[in-house]
Design a protein. Structure first.
Length: 495
């Protein structure tokens, strides 16, 4: 008698091509092209064969410096088909940060595109291939590496690491999140239970695909047998047109993007069922504006470490309970801890998450040990829940700033500012911002001008980490114990 096989043993595109090959898989909104699952499966075979040819050994990790485009799906599933781990890197990061991340990965291959070819050649310590025609002599076009697709699909298990995503900013140590195939499938399944699925669904991807919010629709759609519509760059007017022209039923947005759409007077078409609003706190006023215009907004709390969604409020819940992110998704448990013990409804504490979507850990074992405890993964976020399980997120245990969906380590930014000539000390906080959710703000002590501080930050930090507000003062406000009084810093910066 054969032993039972625990699904999935093949990548999701292979499974989908064997069941619904003629369904639309990907729509390239910028070029007006569509591809079926049969065609996507053939393209994935070609990429998988190229990975086998370009990599010196089986398994391992394939990193990518490729921005949002349909080719990301081929790279993701090409790596999965060969039993490799896919690692999309942020194309906006500085070369030194990318080198550090690649060193931590020990990547076997780096994939680039035309726009990132010179950057890839600069930072890579491995072979480099491009999804486009290559210009540099040291870079080969992916299509030329293995002209004849010939690949034996790897046998997969749910515990296999399929994806690594970095969450750190440019000034902190790389923090690579390992996500297994089981994590990804559990996340897609839980999302379907909350949002619902119909065969005609089309999910718009206009978020960067080096973030979980941009990658998740590729996983979900292959599992569901639905389509992904890819737009390379968000632009309010054009994005609204794409949603109407292609019958988009769902889209993931950060609050800034949603606000820009609403500000244009956008009214959604009849097809749209879900606007997943995450990546940072959503202004209640924005939610109310959406609901007043029949925009089906779904405020969401999620993170990379949980393979996307943790809790999501449907539009009816968002309308009834101000500020809530709804109940946790199926099979996901959120525990509110106060002094290390589960709290009663209404009590505020740290949010700890457990369930099948939660990462087994980081690349760094010490970071993993620090993040996990008796009740699961410690998010570092503070919040509370009511008697019905609705969740509210009210801030951070530490001083992380979330601006436009990007995480910024305030302490690391302050450290960078202190390295600026003339600076004696600095404190960095996040201030409320109508457009970005939060903005980075710095209080600086020293014989220096704010222009010099900003110039120094621009040379060493990612764009989203550079302070939007800088104020030079004689001294930092401190508590009686000598620590920086962050409330007083906020008041000084706001005055």
């Amino acid at each position: 008698m054969r032993e039972p096989v625990e699904w999935p043993t093949r990548d999701l595109v292979a499974h989908r091509a064997g069941t619904t090959p003629e369904r639309t898989a990907i729509v390239d909104a910028d070029r007006g092209e569509e591809r079926t699952y049969r065609e996507l499966d053939a393209a994935v075979d070609s990429v998988a064969a190229a990975f086998d040819a370009a990599c010196a050994s089986d398994g391992g990790r394939v990193a990518a410096l490729v921005d949002t485009r349909p080719a990301v799906a081929e790279l993701l599933y090409g790596a999965m088909r060969t039993g490799r781990t896919f690692v999309p890197l942020n194309v906006e990061l500085a070369p030194e940060t990318l080198r550090t991340q690649l060193d931590a990965l020990e990547a076997d291959l780096l994939v680039c595109e035309r726009e990132t070819e010179s950057l890839a050649a600069e930072v890579a310590d491995s072979p480099v291939v491009s999804v486009d025609e290559a210009d540099a002599a040291a870079v080969n076009a992916l299509a030329d590496v293995a002209p004849t697709p010939d690949v034996t699909p790897a046998e997969l298990s749910k515990d296999q690491t399929a994806l690594i995503l970095f969450t750190s900013g440019t000034t902190s140590e790389p923090k690579g999140v390992r996500l297994t195939l089981g994590n990804l499938v559990a996340s897609a399944t839980a999302s379907a239970f909350r949002l619902g699925v119909v065969p005609e669904d089309r999910w718009l991807v206009c978020l960067p695909t080096y973030h979980m919010g941009g990658l998740a629709p590729f996983i979900r759609s292959a599992l569901y047998g639905t389509a992904v519509v890819v737009q390379r760059q968000f632009e309010p007017g054009e994005t609204a047109r794409v949603m109407d022209d292609h019958g988009v039923t769902g889209v993931s947005l950060v609050p800034t993007m949603c606000k820009r759409l609403v500000d244009t007077g956008w009214v959604p078409g009849d097809a749209l069922r879900s606007v997943l609003l995450g990546g940072g706190p959503a202004d209640p006023e924005l939610v109310e504006r959406c609901l007043a215009r029949d925009i089906p907004v779904c405020p969401t709390y999620g993170m990379t470490e949980a393979a996307s969604q943790i809790a999501t409020a449907l539009p009816a819940t968002a309308g009834q309970s101000r500020d809530t992110v709804g109940q946790s998704l199926v099979n996901t448990t959120v525990t509110v801890l106060v002094d290390g013990e589960p709290a009663d409804p209404g009590d505020r504490g740290e949010l700890v998450v457990s369930g099948p979507t939660v990462t087994p850990g980081y690349l760094d074992d010490r970071a993993t040990d620090d993040a996990f405890g008796e009740f699961g993964f410690h998010t570092g976020d503070r919040g509370y829940r009511d008697e019905d399980g609705r969740l509210w997120v009210v801030g951070r245990v530490d001083d992380r700033i979330v601006t436009g969906g990007e995480n910024v380590d305030a302490a690391a930014v302050a450290s960078t500012i202190r390295d600026c000539p003339g600076v004696e000390d600095a404190a960095v906080v996040g201030q409320p911002d109508e457009e970005w959710g939060q903005r980075v703000a710095a209080l600086v002590v020293g014989d220096v001008g704010d222009d010099a501080v900003l110039a120094h930050c621009r040379s060493d930090l990612a764009t989203y980490e550079v302070p939007k507000t800088v104020r030079v003062v004689d001294s930092l406000p401190r508590t009686p114990s000598g620590t920086v009084d962050r409330d007083a810093v906020q008041r000084l910066l706001q005055s």
